[in-house]
Design a binder for this molecule. Structure first.
Ligand SMILES: Cc1cc2nc3c(=O)[nH]c(=O)nc-3n(C[C@H](O)[C@H](O)[C@H](O)COP(=O)(O)OP(=O)(O)OC[C@H]3O[C@@H](n4cnc5c(N)ncnc54)[C@H](O)[C@@H]3O)c2cc1C
Ligand SMILES: NC(=O)c1ccc[n+]([C@@H]2O[C@H](COP(=O)([O-])OP(=O)(O)OC[C@H]3O[C@@H](n4cnc5c(N)ncnc54)[C@H](O)[C@@H]3O)[C@@H](O)[C@H]2O)c1
Length: 443
């Protein structure tokens, strides 16, 4: 049977676009998007977040240099900060769309839903594809409590025209911590409501404890072991009701996770299985319908849901469809960083894994605030922990809590990915002074 397209991709975010461009030269492709071309990361995720973060971190750095040559007070002008952000984000959807069409990739704006495993309906029109890739991402979870319509989300935060005086976040994960830090540095009073006492689950407690103190010193008020039971309107904003108190705020943001974006896809029409965690796929990212694949934040997976992971999966499925790949997906070590002021980054074997296998790993924590690299930045709480293979002395994992941690974790990630011995890892000449020029001291 002849199909309209070789491959149809649902979702024009980092995952879908990586697959589309990788398939482009050999296939007839259609990408369907129902919101902003480019998806979450460049429109209301990583990129705008890091633009705001860069500016507030510059303010923070001037404070670190308060006794070291900088005088005067630096303030954040929120509307100007937003204008800076819009200068980047406003061009993303049209630029992304132009890139697709000028490359010869067909596009359709609308919500796709399955009619069968080869047929989608978009705007009452049917299109068919030999293969279909679902790359519809995730969306913020809204706690199911009375008044839930009053919750705003990270998307709203990243476009706030004015910064409210007093705000709250439900959750203490990536989104809550990153946005709370930006808001606090920009002058808001910030509350975090967390149903247990875990800050950034999955990161080592030795580091999150330091971060907790740093964020509290910025004025962030943590309400631990506090479940939000409802939200109601007040004259000036909202009242957040919890199981132990009521707190009056200007506004409250839901940052309690990002479930897969599958509502409305009519997956059942194609026999595709999904759970609350996302679309179920096998080790070739193939769904229960053999011609339909799923990639990125929409799939149920244990690896982190991050932009580079979505892109990696997009390339992998494209290679499968082009017959250039047959093996099960195998991920390289995945570094991840919370831009929390300072950054907390991690890659490879975790401290939990190392603690469970003391025969296999050596853990070397270092308080590096007094080292030249961090002393120069007055980053007094900087910490670097490396995990080495006991037999080979190879680096297998690392945790960095420091200004610019994302750069050092990238270097560690490269060493781990290339399975470099200590000698190989030190066999190049980094710029001095730089964070990489400390490498030899971590072995
Ligand atoms: C505030 C925030 C900060 C983040 N910061 C980082 C970071 O610093 N680093 C990092 O690596 N990751 C970060 N992430 C995560 C990152 O944004 C995602 O992992 C990444 O965007 C996932 O890519 P994706 O292509 O799988 O999905 P998305 O980028 O979500 O793209 C999916 C697209 O599908 C579209 N779509 C959905 N349903 C349909 C449908 N039925 N029909 C048509 N189109 C549909 C959506 O509109 C969307 O454009 C952040 C996320 C948030 C929210
Ligand atoms: N820097 C980055 O790489 C970055 C930044 C932002 C987001 N992300 C991605 O987006 C994902 C989602 O981020 P997130 O912060 O929304 O999720 P998360 O899973 O990191 O954190 C969710 C938080 O909400 C809490 N929570 C869960 N259910 C709750 C409930 N019913 N009521 C109250 N609290 C509840 C959890 O305990 C946790 O603290 C991340 O896991 C990550 O993959 C990455």
């Amino acid at each position: 049977m002849a199909y309209d397209y070789d491959t149809i991709i649902i979702g024009g975010g980092p995952g879908g676009l990586a697959a589309a461009y990788a398939l482009l030269r050999k296939q007839k492709i259609l990408v369907i998007e129902n919101n902003l071309w480019g998806g979450t990361c460049p429109n209301f995720g990583c990129d705008p977040k890091k633009m705001l973060y860069g500016v507030v971190e510059s303010k923070r750095q001037t404070q670190r240099y308060g006794q070291s040559g900088i005088t005067g007070k630096v303030d954040i002008d929120w509307p100007a900060l937003m204008a800076f952000k819009h200068g980047y984000t406003d061009k993303i959807p049209s630029g992304t769309h132009d890139g697709l069409t000028s490359s010869g990739i067909a596009t359709l704006f609308g919500t796709a839903k399955f009619v069968d495993a080869h047929t989608l309906e978009v705007n009452d029109k049917r299109v068919t594809g030999e293969s279909i890739i679902i790359a519809t991402g995730a969306k913020p979870a809204i706690p199911d409590v009375p008044g839930k319509a009053l919750f705003q989300t990270s998307t709203d935060f990243l476009s706030l025209p004015e910064l409210p005086h007093e705000i709250g976040f439900v959750g203490a994960g990536y989104v809550a911590i990153e946005l709370a830090n930006i808001a606090a540095e920009a002058g808001a009073t910030v509350h975090i409501f967390q149903h247990n006492d875990k800050l950034l689950r999955g990161f080592p407690e030795a580091d999150t404890a330091v971060l907790r103190d740093t964020l509290a010193a910025k004025g962030i008020q943590f309400h631990w072991n506090t479940a939000v039971t409802g939200v109601s309107e007040s004259k000036t904003g909202v009242i957040v009701h919890t199981d132990n108190k009521d707190v009056a705020l200007d506004t409250i943001f839901a940052a309690a996770g990002r479930p897969a974006n599958i509502a409305g896809l009519h997956l059942e029409a194609a026999g595709i299985a999904a759970s609350a965690k996302g679309i179920e796929v096998n080790d070739h990212l193939q769904t229960a319908a053999s011609n339909v694949y799923a990639i990125g934040d929409v799939i149920a997976k244990t690896v982190p849901k991050l932009t580079p992971v979505s892109g990696f999966e997009g390339h992998y499925v494209a290679d499968l469809l082009l017959g250039q790949q047959h093996a099960a997906i195998s991920y390289p070590p995945i570094p991840h960083t919370v831009f929390a002021g300072p950054e907390l980054a991690q890659v490879g074997v975790t401290l939990t894994m190392a603690a469970a296998h003391p025969d296999a790993y050596v853990v070397r924590p270092a308080e590096v605030g007094s080292w030249y690299t961090y002393n120069r930045l007055q980053d007094k709480t900087a910490r670097v922990t490396v995990i080495l293979d006991k037999q080979t002395n190879q680096l297998v994992g690392a945790v960095v809590l420091a200004v610019n941690a994302e750069e050092l974790i990238n270097t560690f990630s490269g060493i781990i990915t290339r399975h470099e011995s200590a000698a190989e890892a030190e066999s190049w000449m980094p710029v001095y002074p730089s964070a990489e020029s400390d490498l030899e001291y971590f072995y």
